[in-house]
Design a binder for this molecule. Structure first.
Ligand code: NAD
Length: 368
């Protein structure tokens, strides 16, 4: 059955890096029998300029129907002054919410050739391969009550609510345990049960699910502040880190910098599998933004988006072997010293966005 992939390239460097990802997909279709049909639509600022909204119903319908979505990036100074619901980011959040993409997977992988680009010493990060599973549609970013109230005595009060239920915790923990079984078989669940009831519930429910269904997976609970410390002290001790929306936001960004460059890191956001059809909503995207400072110059690093394609191959298209080869091709390109400006060092060959895409394709073809 032909799988459909919807490309929402977005703004700034989004279309530039998405074009390289599409080049890879087309090559895999023409040369490796990948049965994929590619569609396109608008999201973010470009959609605001064209249709007056950051995401149209028609684009959302296409997103619902697709087997996977590949998103470039959204946003830019042009749309910064708009109210929240008219901003480019509302388009991205709209897809996440509509498809209930509750599990955000963010690998932090340190390619050997880039170990010196990390802010930490080579021996601490070389070979790093950890995976964050972050809850994405609940917690303090969405909890009620929320808002700012005037107390009438010259004081104002700001409120946000951290809230999780058993089922919200179980469904994301299940993703973490399942993925750990295919990797190093170890999960660190991170929260603040020492000071937060929601953290205590998180810890207890993760433990319950583990004991009932995943006792073969090694489980450790780690306080989020200690997790932050351990990430910069000895990140290689981790395999899968399971955490909520807020702590996941902070911890995964810190882990991203261990690997050297924003331009290298992919992500996936997954929803619940349909029990009848087996279809799982999924969106893949680089973790970086639209980089207005370099947009239009043809110098953005497309690797994060190409590696997002590898994640789509693995999680949505059941093509794990092709995913491995694509990741190997990216690693080989870096080892051969082909680099975009953000990861370039003396002695390497500097290329632009499409040059990097071509170099990866060349290595992919050579892998057979
Ligand atoms: P950014 O990630 O766009 O850029 C941060 C820095 O990293 C910039 O100097 C940029 O040039 C560089 N950079 C990022 N990606 C790169 C790549 N692939 N190759 C080379 N260099 C790269 O973050 P920002 O500047 O804080 O945000 C810019 C815009 O992007 C804002 O409007 C923000 O809201 C939006 N944003 C969108 C997303 C998303 O679409 N998922 C994520 C983050 C930020």
């Amino acid at each position: 059955m032909t799988k459909t992939l919807l490309i929402l390239a977005g703004d700034g460097i989004g279309p530039e890096v998405a074009a390289e990802a599409e080049k890879v997909l087309n090559w895999l279709r023409d040369n490796r029998g990948l049965d994929v049909a590619i569609e396109h639509d608008l999201v973010g600022g470009i959609s605001i300029d064209t249709h007056g909204v950051p995401l149209t119903e028609a684009a959302l319908d296409k997103a619902r129907a697709a087997d996977a979505i590949l998103l470039g990036a959204v946003g830019g100074p042009k749309w910064a002054g708009q109210p929240y619901d008219k901003r480019p980011e509302a388009g991205l959040l709209g897809v996440r919410k509509a498809l209930d993409l509750f599990a955000n997977l963010r690998p932090a992988l340190c390619f050997p050739a880039l170990a010196d680009a990390s802010s930490l010493k080579r021996e601490i990060v070389e070979g790093l391969d950890l995976l964050f599973v972050r809850e994405l549609v609940g917690g303090v970013y969405f909890g009620e009550p929320r808002g700012i109230t005037d107390l009438g005595n010259g004081e104002r009060r700001g409120i946000n609510t951290q809230v999780y239920t058993t089922s919200e915790i179980h469904r994301v923990a299940r993703v973490a345990f399942e993925l750990a079984r295919k990797r190093g078989n170890k999960v660190h669940s991170s929260e603040k049960h020492n000071v937060m009831e929601s953290g205590l519930l998180w810890k207890e429910e993760v433990q319950k699910l583990h004991d009932a269904e995943y006792a073969d997976v090694q489980l450790e609970h780690i306080l989020a502040d200690n997790c932050a410390m351990q990430l910069v002290r000895a990140p290689k001790q981790f395999d899968v880190i399971l955490t909520d929306n807020l702590f996941g936001d902070l911890l995964s960004d810190a882990a991203a910098m261990l690997t050297g460059s924003l331009g290298m890191l992919p992500s996936a956001s997954l929803g619940a599998k349909d029990p009848v059809t087996g279809k799982q909503p999924a969106m893949y995207e680089p973790i970086h933004g639209s980089a207005p400072d370099i947009a239009g110059k043809g110098i953005a690093n497309p690797c994060a988006t190409i590696l997002s394609v590898a994640m789509a191959l693995r999680f949505s298209f059941d093509q794990g072997a092709l995913a491995d080869k694509l990741e190997q091709a990216v690693s080989q390109t870096l080892s051969d010293g082909v680099r975009t400006g953000d990861i370039w060092v003396e002695g390497c060959q500097k290329v632009g966005t499409s040059g990097m895409g071509d170099a990866v394709l060349e290595r992919l073809a050579a892998l057979g």
